[in-house]
Each structure stands twice: as structure tokens, then as C-alpha cells.
Ligand binder design. Sequence first.
Ligand code: UTP
Length: 259
Amino acid sequence: MTAHVAVIPAAGRGTRMRPATKVVPKALITVVDRPAVQYVVEEAVRAGATEVILVVDLDAGHLVHQHFLSNGRLPGLEHVKIRVVVQEEALGLGHAVWETAEQVRDRSFFCLLADNIVRPGADVLPQLAAAAKGDSAVCLRELTREFLSKYGVIVPGSDLVDGSLDIVGAVEKPGPVLAPSNLGLIGRYVFTPEIFEILGKLTPGHGGEIQLTDAINILASTGRCRGYVAEQDLLDVGTPQGLVMATWILGTSQFPELI
Ligand code: UTP
């Protein structure tokens, strides 16, 4: 199964990137020669998305839209339908995804976090869609101890076979003591529309936010969610250190003479 619609939440506050994000949305911070979110849209299109729904904030979200639509369409994205949904308040990632329910309707969809970029040649969406087998699937990485308090972590429901497994639960940022495994959620998902029903009923969780991980936990408890363990991590451009690393990796892949 593949999905033809991709949801890209990009309405977070970006506090870890202050002061860069005081006026400019985090999604528009440049990595080498294009804003972070453009890499993510391009990745979705490579996986077969023909419609992209960007979730943006009220203040500066129109700039994200303008990047894709003003002064002619970007090469490679000429035929992609790009829409924007405004999340008026940053109530959490789960809330941002829920805001797209009316546009997505009854379709399965990819979900890609705007501040995580895949390494060159390391796309994961095709494998994720294959692992889903018609249900939902989440992309995972084996995390070291210190990252268990920074990511959502899943409860495995089966052994790993050919890079994928059943999952039966998920916990947001559990920390090393409470973590049910070392497999963390890394910002790429494929969901059936069932996720919207679950998100619509959620109450605030970790950090007082509506958490996508809590919805994944409920979905996983029904037995309709798989995990795909990626071989490489994503580049997190939501922190200054991550941005420097991503700039170097993507920059040297584009300009190998720099090494
Ligand atoms: P983060 O956890 O990185 O949060 O969001 P953040 O608010 O963007 O950044 P910090 O923690 O303040 O530095 C993960 C993804 O979810 C989106 C973000 O834009 C990012 O792509 N998000 C998060 C929303 O769209 N809305 C929200 O309410 C929260």
C-alpha cells in the first residue's frame, strides 16, 4: 500500500531554535540551499504523494505556503497539490494531525515531521508503507539510553522479522527506567483514517499537549499498527546542533569537494 496524501505538521513553537524562530517559522530555516520543509515535501513526493497538507501556525504559516506557491512552482513539485491547514494554537503534535481530518477524509496518509530530514539515499516511506500491509505503521530506530527521554518509545508485540514487527503500545518520552523497549518513534508514519477518531477523543498527555504517541498507543492496542525499524536515523534540524550536522551531511553530499 502507498499513500497519495501526506500530512506535514510544521506548526510547533520551535523554542529550541530561538532566536532564529522568533519571526521565521522553523520549517523555513535554510539547510544548504532550501528550507527544511522543502526536503520533507520532496521526500513525500518521491514516495508517491500527489497532495501535501502542511499544518502551519497562525502568525507566519502563510510564509510556508508562499514558499511553495509564489513566483512559480518549485522544480519537481509542479504537479503536487499543496494545501495549508492553520493550527491556531500549538496544542501538540497529535492536535496538529487531527486538524487535517477534514482534508484527508477517508484516505490513508503519510505523516512526516517537518523538522526531520532523511539522509541522502535513505528514504524510509516505501518500506514503511510495505510494512503497514494495509494498516498503520510507524518508523522506529534503536535508541541509546539518553534518547529514551526525548522520543516516544513503543511496546513490541512480536519479534523483528525483515525489519518490521507488531507493536502493542507506545509511551511518550518514558525515560530509561520506564521505557518498554529501546525502539523510538522517529517522525515518519503511515496512518489509516482510524487515527482521527482516536485523536479526537484524546485528552492532553505528556507536557500538557495532545500527543500523537498516545493515539499510536491506542491504535497499537487494537493490533492494527506495525513498526518498521529504519537502518539510519533522520537528521533533526529542530536543534542548533542537529542543524549544523544536517547542513554538513546534506552539504557535502551536494558539494563533495568540501570534504
Ligand atoms: P517538536 O517536538 O519539535 O516541538 O515538534 P516544537 O514546538 O516544534 O519545537 P520546540 O520543542 O519548541 O523546540 C515536532 C513536530 O511537530 C510539529 C512541529 O512543527 C514539528 O514538526 N508540531 C508540534 C505542530 O505542528 N504543532 C504542535 O502543536 C506541536
